[in-house]
Design a protein around this ligand. Sequence first.
Ligand code: NAP
Length: 248
Amino acid sequence: MKFNLENKVALVTGGSRGIGRSICTELARAGAAVVFSYRSNASAAEQTQKDIERAGGICRAVEGDVADLGAAETLVGELIRDYGRLDILVNNAGVTRDQLLARMKPEDFDAVIQTNLRGTWNLCRAVVRPMMKARAGRIINISSVVAQMGNAGQSNYAASKGGVEALTRALSRELGSRQITVNAIAPGMIETEMTAGMTADQRALLGAQIPLGRLGTVEDVAHAVCFLASNEGSYITGQVLAVNGGLG
Ligand code: NAP
């Protein structure tokens, strides 16, 4: 089934690369007009926008740091001014600064929380009034399997994603009466630039821990986003959907 998102407008944070890029591509393929943000890599953003437009989609890239509430409000305000509506928010932008706790600098903890958790809260806050007014909306937050499983060297990242899942549940209760659904997707190990450098042995070792026997693809995550954003996902809220091949 191809989900139909025609006449919908979507905002995706961190859409220039990796999982976010695929989310933008699949939302546009389903018919949504897509605005995505990125932090600094303008050439990757331009490439993603061009590729989506070349395939017939509607797409715009906007530079902006999700950790800045003012920038989030400006982004959403301009989007609504230009497109007239906002139906779907995907909080995808995320960073890691891995280190064992004894060696982790407080700045590394703060930076990851600022982008992953505060950034998600900022964008939710920026979209909530227009979505409440419209009495409709979909908020989809990208978490990680690490929120549930934990991972050595990722105390900052795991805490940020655990916070994202708790935020998701709290907002689903706050916004349900306005028909706004709020869900999270928790990807497992996904084939991205991060995992591309692994050796065949490392890959086999990882694969052995995943019941489905392979790493996930960026499209595996993007398809789950399209489902939750679609009419078919309209009675699902406050959930964390694991897209991890059974890992954990
Ligand atoms: P990625 O390839 O590193 O891409 C990150 C994207 O976020 C880029 O577009 C980046 O823009 C943007 N970004 C980073 N900080 C930002 C900020 N402060 N404001 C606005 N945009 C910002 O990431 P990924 O691996 O695709 O991961 C995407 C999401 O999935 C993250 O939330 C991550 O935690 C989650 N996840 C990933 C995996 C995995 O295996 N990769 C597994 C589980 C969960 P610039 O390029 O301009 O910096």
